[in-house]
Design a protein around this ligand. Structure first.
Ligand SMILES: Cc1ncc(COP(=O)(O)O)c(C=O)c1O
Length: 365
């Protein structure tokens, strides 16, 4: 069996055709047919009015926070378990991140603990749909309404996932996506902010392009950024978006097979799917039960010896040097669970034979 990577982008003839068309058109920077098409099609897919494409998912979060006027003196609630971009985006604005613990099964923000961390300074919450499992948006939106908080969805890992039949990215004030090479659909590097509010949309467009309005070239109204995506990346995105539903079907089918084959392994905890959720299984991630004789790192080493790639799940934000000062009470679940988890190969190019081989390798440890 050849080496099985954790992820491979699924690039086919449609992608090559669209990118080729973009290259040949001469529109290789951020103006061009595919940028607007990608924004229109992706926002429609998620049930939002406007899409503002950007150069990656990290700056999507930064742009969203700026557009909501978040800055020095404000507190923003973030989960203590996520890719570090979630918390970094808050720090870029000068606001203070407030770390909240996670649920041990979905690995998403703990809604009860979230409400306990709200203070007079809390202005917003960034909700992450971790590994493709939607956060409990109903409960979160209720809390946000009660305390008048802005909600940003960090849906980088959850393209196409649904909360109660509504696609993620359609909740809260602004939602942010990443299209990095390992995401369910990719533009190489890239991201997008989705919004319904016309004013916020305009503000994001302004900030994305150095504070310059389309109607008055080289007149800069505010200090903005160059956070634009290119037409070439958007061309790739348009082709990938046409295949997203097919990718999701494969991911869900692969997850079901993993679950079926691993269900009787006593030291593995499988990912859950809550009754309100339609999981998109971006990364199929398992936890290693404590006290069963295997550590997460041993399992990963054994998989590697068998030619199988795997990936640690995220470390708790509060344990890493730049963020230790933001640690606080009640972070026990994230501080423990984060060291128990690993992601298994999750590409849409994975074959049934490969999944059976991975599961047999795990069973035989
Ligand atoms: C939850 C989350 N937020 C934000 C990002 C940042 O996206 P990017 O890598 O495109 O900057 C990622 C992943 O890469 C992510 O997983």
């Amino acid at each position: 069996m050849k080496f099985i990577p954790i992820f491979e982008p699924n690039i086919g003839s449609k992608e090559i055709f669209y990118v080729n068309k973009a290259v040949r058109s001469g529109w290789v920077s951020s103006l061009g047919y595919f940028v607007e098409k990608f924004e229109k099609d992706f926002s429609k897919y998620c049930g939002r009015r406007h899409g503002v494409s950007v150069s990656n998912g990290t700056v999507a979060l930064h742009l969203a926070l700026l557009a909501l006027d978040i800055g020095r003196g404000d507190e923003v609630i973030v989960p203590n378990f996520s890719f570090v971009a979630t918390v970094n985006s808050v720090l870029y604005t000068g606001a203070t991140p407030v770390l909240v613990d996670i649920e041990s099964d979905t690995l998403n923000i703990d809604v009860v603990k979230l409400e306990e961390k709200i203070t007079k300074k809390t202005k917003a919450v960034i909700v992450v749909h971790t590994y493709g499992h939607p956060a409990d948006m109903g409960a979160i939106m209720k809390i946000a309404e009660k305390h008048q908080l802005k909600v940003i969805e960090d849906a980088a890992e959850a393209h196409g996932a649904k909360y109660k039949n509504k696609r993620v990215g359609g909740f809260g004030d602004i939602s942010c996506f990443s299209f990095y090479g390992n995401k369910t659909i990719t533009t190489g590097e890239g991201g997008m902010c989705l919004v319904n509010d016309e004013k916020i949309n305009k503000k994001m467009l302004l900030l994305r392009d150095h504070g310059m309005r389309k109607e008055k070239k080289y007149w800069h109204e505010v200090v903005g950024y160059n956070y634009r995506i290119t037409n070439l990346q958007a061309a790739l995105g348009c082709a990938q978006l046409e295949r997203l539903e097919a990718f999701l079907k494969i991911k869900i089918k692969n997850a079901a097979l993993y679950k079926k084959l691993l269900k009787d392994v006593p030291w593995i905890i499988l990912p859950v799917e809550k009754s309100y959720a339609k999981h998109s299984y971006w990364m199929f991630s398992i936890l290693i039960k404590e006290g069963m004789g295997y550590s997460r790192d041993t399992v990963m080493k054994k998989l590697k010896e068998a030619g199988i790639d795997s990936r640690v799940i995220f470390y708790p934000i509060s344990d890493m040097p730049p963020y230790k000062k933001f640690t606080g009470k009640y972070l026990e679940v994230s501080k423990k669970t984060a060291y128990q988890g690993l992601s298994l190969p999750s590409s849409t190019k994975l074959t049934e034979k490969e999944i059976r081989y991975i599961c047999n390798t795990l069973k035989n440890l």
